[in-house]
Design a binder for this molecule. Structure first.
Ligand SMILES: C[S@@+](CC[C@H](N)C(=O)[O-])C[C@H]1O[C@@H](n2cnc3c(N)ncnc32)[C@H](O)[C@@H]1O
Length: 684
């Protein structure tokens, strides 16, 4: 049960919307801020350490000499942006006035800020505050659109891509915070941590969820490898605190209150074991020695050593959008496999699953976590993913996997097209395992779609959690079970299966042979199946992608199998069991075939022949990088597909036809009120 609160005012303006993509808007605004930072950097001279060194020793404060000017520049811009977003009295008087305002009453020598204009056209203070975490990001976004348009920030984009850093839209942060608050009664002592906090998108959401009082600062913790992140996140949190509690103290006091709980360190090197296999530094005995480089650079480190007040409690709420990237080697990364027994060994390919294992390990006995990461955490059958799912499912409480498709809109917005998943574990809730469909929405429906993700329990379903079906209703679970208990599948019917580009089939197979069909290696809204693989080549197909060439013992069986692969059941099975893109052997293991009923096979073969004849009327030809792909979609021939579905439904014992027809329409059209749906309707 998810309890919904009214979203904070920053959620909508920090989220992608209809005709309002987030990243281009931020990039347009951020250019002015970054340009100002470059100018400030060349002239700045601040007593940086006196002002911004955290008040807690041992949190990995790192300031290489050559980074002093950049960090000073971004601190001044942070102060100015906070002042602008809370409509401070100094507004409009430049960086120096904002610097004075920020440090009022501190009694410190604060230096002077250079007189630089910041070109930022944003009239609305709420919008400015909403976008603060993105504007306070020295690195430009890595979007396809950006890569195509602006060359100036190419290096930063490359580095952002390489390190897997995509910032989280406000609505996603809010969704995840709502998730970790569900079920759990919670106490006023609960501690929160973001293991890769960046500029504080999640910590801000957590601060609001905690009621937004200034004291909530003491319950928010974070870790980030990038030394500037702790500073920018503190500005974001300070702005929120100032708006909610206008009279609770000077900006600098609030900033330092947030800053002292943010560690600069490598989260992968956090040692969560009580009896570490590797030596862990005892920080309280060596506090002066450890600042100067991010924690974990040379050896594993412990959260409770850095934040002693958290010792023995764990964190009741853990949230993260970790980087999606391979492990960058450092002096200490050889520890990673020992520290994270399930996922550490595979960190060379991607570190994001390590963050899930880590989050579970630091979670208190009745705590809840939510981590957003690539869809592979749900769909991959390669190590460490099945093992990680097993480990999570074996824990007490409620485990949930939410899956998100990459189009029409994507979780990180239209510009960053990735399939994603949110893993959510709540140790205080009754034992369950729930899943969502591979969810789709448009930028127009996003606002209502995200808070209403359909979920269904799959606890006890065959194969779970080794494989996670992406379904969202009871009837889908029943349909999956009916397929699972059927007993004979496509793989038992076919006599041979090879992977070949269609051109090669023409050369290697006798022209008269007609007991084969071809299945495309990837799919989106329909499975690319061809009753006659040669026909596509005749129609101009010259893509070198390997198709599954499936051979049967007779022409009749091949026609019946073509009908079967064109059924809505086949497409649905692919969609709910695969990764939303590749067509793998899973489908061959799962697609039920008619059990020895010759009449039914005849009828299916006849339907298959008629469908192929119809499909030949409407080939779809597409070209990409000089290669042509030809497909023969069958979904427009609804009457034939209805009949095929009725045959298949009869032998699996579930009359699924009408439900899957509605499901498919919803999936393909996505926005049921859109113009596109009306166009499709009119065509029919
Ligand atoms: C995808 S960003 C997420 C930032 C922020 N949490 C958000 O959602 O917008 C990933 C963050 O992880 C940080 N990071 C990368 N590797 C890390 C590591 N090994 N330990 C801790 N933080 C890391 C990056 O500096 C970056 O700020």
């Amino acid at each position: 049960m998810i309890h919904r609160r009214t979203p904070p005012d920053w959620v909508a303006p920090s989220s992608p919307g209809h005709n309002r993509p987030l990243v281009p808007r931020v990039e347009r605004l951020a250019r002015g801020v970054r340009a100002a930072a470059v100018q400030v950097q060349s002239r700045v001279d601040l007593p940086f350490e006196d002002l911004y060194r955290p008040t807690r020793v041992g949190v990995g404060f790192t300031l290489p000499d050559d980074d002093l000017a950049r960090r000073s520049a971004w601190a001044l811009l942070g102060e100015w942006l906070v002042a602008a977003s809370v409509r401070a009295p100094c507004l409009g008087q430049g960086l120096a006035a904002a610097h004075d305002w920020f440090w009022q009453g501190s009694g410190r020598e604060i230096g002077t800020a250079p007189d630089v204009d910041v070109d930022l056209e944003i009239g609305d203070a709420v919008e400015l505050r909403a976008l603060l975490p993105y504007l306070l990001d020295p690195m430009a976004a890595a979007t396809r659109r950006d890569v195509l348009s602006a060359q100036t920030t190419a290096h930063e984009r490359r580095s952002r891509k390489a390190s897997g850093v995509y910032y989280t839209p406000g609505d996603v942060a809010y969704l995840m915070v709502e998730r970790v608050l569900s079920g759990h009664a919670g106490t006023d002592e609960d501690l929160w941590i973001d293991l890769a906090h960046g500029s504080g998108v999640f910590l801000r959401a957590a601060f609001c969820a905690l009621g937004g009082r200034s004291e909530a600062a003491d319950r928010l913790y974070g870790v980030d490898l990038d030394p500037i992140a702790a500073e920018t996140a503190s500005f974001v949190l300070t702005a929120e605190d100032l708006v909610r509690n206008p009279d609770a103290g000077a900006p600098w006091e609030r900033w330092h209150r947030f800053r002292r709980n943010l560690a600069t360190g490598d989260a992968l090197l956090i040692d969560t074991s009580t009896t570490p296999a590797q030596p862990t530094l005892q920080f309280h005995t060596r506090t002066d020695a450890i600042d100067g480089h991010p924690l974990g650079r040379f050896e594993p480190w412990g959260l409770s050593a850095v934040f002693p007040e958290t010792a023995g409690r764990g964190f009741a709420r853990v949230i993260a959008n970790p980087p999606y990237a391979p492990l960058q080697r450092s002096a200490a990364t050889f520890h990673v496999p020992y520290l994270h027994g399930v996922t550490g060994r595979a960190a060379g390919a991607d570190i994001s699953p390590v963050f899930v294992e880590l989050a579970a390990n630091i979670l208190s006995d009745d705590g809840a976590l939510a981590v957003v990461l690539p869809l592979s955490v749900v769909s991959s059958t390669r190590a460490p993913f099945p093992e990680l799912r097993q480990q999570l499912a074996a824990q007490r409480g409620w485990l949930e996997f939410l899956s998100f498709d990459r189009v029409p809109d994507a979780l990180f917005g239209d510009d960053i097209k990735t399939r994603n998943a949110i893993v959510h574990l709540d140790r205080s809730a009754p034992s369950d395992l729930t899943v969502s469909p591979l969810y789709r929405w448009t930028s127009r429906t996003r606002e209502t779609a995200l808070p209403n993700i359909p979920v269904v329990s799959v606890a006890g379903v065959e194969g779970v959690p080794g494989a996670i079906p992406k379904i969202g209703s009871e009837w889908e679970r029943e349909l999956l079970s009916a397929c699972g208990t059927h007993g004979t599948y496509l793989e038992h019917w076919q006599s041979r299966r090879r992977q070949l580009p269609l051109e090669r089939v023409t050369r290697s197979v006798d022209d008269v042979q007609s007991d084969v069909l071809a299945l495309a290696p990837t799919a989106y809204n329909f499975l690319g199946v061809m009753r006659d693989p040669f026909r596509a080549v005749t129609d101009g197909h010259n893509s070198q992608n390997g198709f599954s060439i499936i051979q049967f013992s007779s022409e009749r069986d091949a026609s019946a199998a073509y009908a079967l692969l064109s059924s809505r059941l086949a497409f649905w099975l692919w969609h709910v069991t695969g990764d939303g893109f590749h067509v793998t052997s899973t489908l061959h293991h799962r697609l039920p075939i008619p059990p020895g009923d010759e009449d039914r096979i005849e009828r299916l073969a006849d339907l298959g022949d008629r469908l192929w004849k119809a499909a030949l009327e409407g080939p779809v030809v597409s070209s990409n990088r000089g290669r042509t792909t030809v497909a023969y979609p069958t979904w427009p021939y609804t009457e034939l597909i209805d009949q095929i579905d009725a045959e298949v439904g009869a032998y699996i014992g579930v009359a699924y036809g009408a439900r899957l027809a509605a499901w498919h329409e919803q999936l393909v059209v996505v926005d049921l009120d859109s113009e596109r749906r009306n166009l499709i309707r009119r065509k029919k």
